[in-house]
Design a protein around this ligand. Sequence first.
Ligand SMILES: [Zn+2]
Length: 467
Amino acid sequence: MHARFPIFAKLAKTTRALTAVSLALAVSVTASGSASAQANLPVVRDAEIEALVRDYARPILKVSGLSKSGIDIILINDTRFNAFVAGRRMFINTGALLQSETPNEIIGVIAHEAGHIAGGHQERLREQLARAQTMAVVAGLLGIGAVVAGAAANSGELARAGGGLAVGGGEMARRGLLGYQRSEETTADRSAITYLEATGQSAKGMLKTFQRFQNALALSGSRVDPYQVSHPMPRERIANLEQLAKNSPNYDRADSSTLQQRHDMMRAKIAVYTQGQSAAARLFRKNPQGLPAQYGDAMATYMYGNPRSALGKADALIKAQPNNPYFHELRGDILMKANRPADAVGAYTTAVRLDPVKSGILPISLGQALIAVGDPASLKKAVAEIKKGLQRDRENSSGYRYLAQAYGQLGEIPEAELATAEGHFYRGAYKDAKIFAARAQQRFKRGAPGWVRAQDIINYKMPSKKK
Ligand SMILES: [Zn+2]
């Protein structure tokens, strides 16, 4: 339960045998929340990785004029290299993060994607997706053949989404899902160069990534990553890009050593979580004494080894960087696994306090530890911490599950049922959400805040069925 990669987004499954594009469309207009069969969209929720990737994106979004566009970044647990924008969400695969040796490589990809958004490429599609369940299209893109219905909360938006997508469907299908034209690639490349220039960064990483794809295409039988399918990379494009990149005075400018270290620690984490115990050691075999290798070792020991040994390794990391919130988070995870929840509370409390970006994930972990401690005072604190986390991260459906648990153990049953209803609601399981909201409502006083919120869920209008 303390896995750092909780897979939380639930998808309503369909059995229709359609292409990814039309499947996503078909399902999003019929996303009536049938909770009967659900599949998972493997969304990664991790405070450290989210904070880092947002740090990569922030300056780029600022200079591209997109800071106010509400671009959210979602991490997908997929080993293939991919990054794309759907609606107002930028999706990045963990595979892309793991394969990129420097921050600059990912920053370059983000700059290129920002170039597509700023250039208004596929604007109509984006506009429709912004109002719709973009996760649905993403699910189709990933070949999951399913739709999430839990991403958006505004009922009006959802109700309109169906119609908008139905109108745009033909065009989307014709152009290929999120595939770009060559002229758009050239524009996005030029924009990306401008953004990197304006932020004093090199385009070397972007060039390296694209060159790699060009080489990969030449190898017959090699695995084709989705990124090179949606972003055509003819030789002349890469040649032009190389020229532009090398003209910049920033071309040889490297990422700061601090940023590189954070990047390597992220890669160590992804390696251990997705490729097993010795993956980080393999990744950093040239520098086994470095902090990223040590971090990978500590995480591998936490996952596969004994907690006491893992704890010693976490303590060594904390000694090296006392103010790193994620080392304290790891320490909390280890203590939870060692069945020492009271000590885990201390570790997570430190992590929450040190977190500069105030992720919602860390207070929710703290809340879980407080639930495990289990006395009434701790349970009350758990409620407060989890609520704090949910205020920062409103769609964190697992947070509602823990909130319901804390209320349940406190004997506050209507609140527990309302929290359960909210969790189902944000996962898109509207029928279940309404059932629990109705049960909560029977116990709340008419007109009380909980009663009103339950009524909102009961009144929520699901997207109308078409076909
Ligand atoms: Zn592109």
